[in-house]
Design a protein around this ligand. Sequence first.
Ligand code: AMP
Length: 303
Amino acid sequence: MHPILTVGSVAFDSIKTPFGEASRVVGGAATYFSIAASFFTDVRLVAVVGDDFTEEQTQVFSGRRIDLTGLQRVPGETFRWKGEYSFDFNTRDTIYTHLNVFDQFRPVLPESYRPTPFVFLANIHPTLQSEVLDQVHEPRFVAADTMNFWIEGTPDELRKVLGRVDALVINDEEARELSGEANLVKAARAIQRMGPELLIIKRGEYGVLMTRDRGFFAAPAMPLEEVSDPTGAGDTFAGGFMGYLASAGEMTDTVVTRAIIAGSALASFAVEDFGLERLLRLTPDELQDRLAEFKRLTHFEAL
Ligand code: AMP
C-alpha cells in the first residue's frame, strides 16, 4: 500500500441544479479527490484556504486517512466557484471562478511529503501542478486532471504539465477542446502524443473510456434513479481510481481496470446528494455492495 500526494482546489462551491440549490458549501477538486482516495489509502493534501475557512469546515477531512500538514491557511478568501446544471445534468455553466488565495499561493511541500510515490495533480493552475511535481522525489506514477478554464486560459503552462505525467483524467468535452478533435478516439491519440501514456476520458452518465494497449477499456456509470448533483463526480472518480491503484501498488491490466470500477463506484455515490454530503455519509460496506453491483452490471459470459 502506497500513499498519494495531491494538490488542487479546496473551495466554497455554490451549486444550482434544476431540482435544488446549495450555497457556499465546502467543495473543491482536491477535497473530493482526497475523501474518495482515503477509502483505499493514505492521502497527503497540498492546498490553501483563506481565514474564512473555519475549523468546523475542516472537519470534512477529519477521521479519514488524510494528512493536512500541507494545507495552508492564509489571510484572505477561500477559492470560490459557482456552477449551474442543465435539465439533464449533461451540461454545466460556470457562473464564476474566484481564485482568491490560490492567486498568490506558492506550494512548499512538507519534507514528509516529498518521497510520495503516487501523485495526483487535481484541477488547479498548471503552474501550481508543476511546482508541486518539482518538489516530489522521483514519483512512480503521476496523474493529472484539468478543465476548460485552464485549457483556454493557460494552454502553454498546461502543455508543460502534460509532458511530465503518466496519466490524464479529463472529461469528454475537455478532451475534444484540448486536442481539437471531435472524435474521442482521435482525441485520445492526440492527447497521448502530448505526453500522458494513459488517458481516461470521463463521460458523465455514459461512464468512462480508458486507453489500453492499442484499444480501449470502457466502464458504464451506475444507472441511478436519484441524481441530485454531479459536482465533484470527476474528482471523486479520480480519487477512487488513484486510491485503488496506490493501494494495489502494481500496474497490471487487472489492477488498472479494477481501479476504473472503484472510481466509478465512488463517483456513483457522489452524485446522490448535494456537494460532499453523500461521500461524507458513505460507509466501506456500502462501497463493497456497490462494487458487487458493478460486477453484475457489467458481467456477461463470453460469446
Ligand atoms: P467536477 O464537477 O469534477 O468538474 O469538479 C467540480 C469541483 O471543481 C468544484 O468543487 C469546484 O470547486 C472545483 N473547480 C471548479 N473550477 C475550478 C478551477 N478552475 N480550478 C480548480 N478547481 C475548480
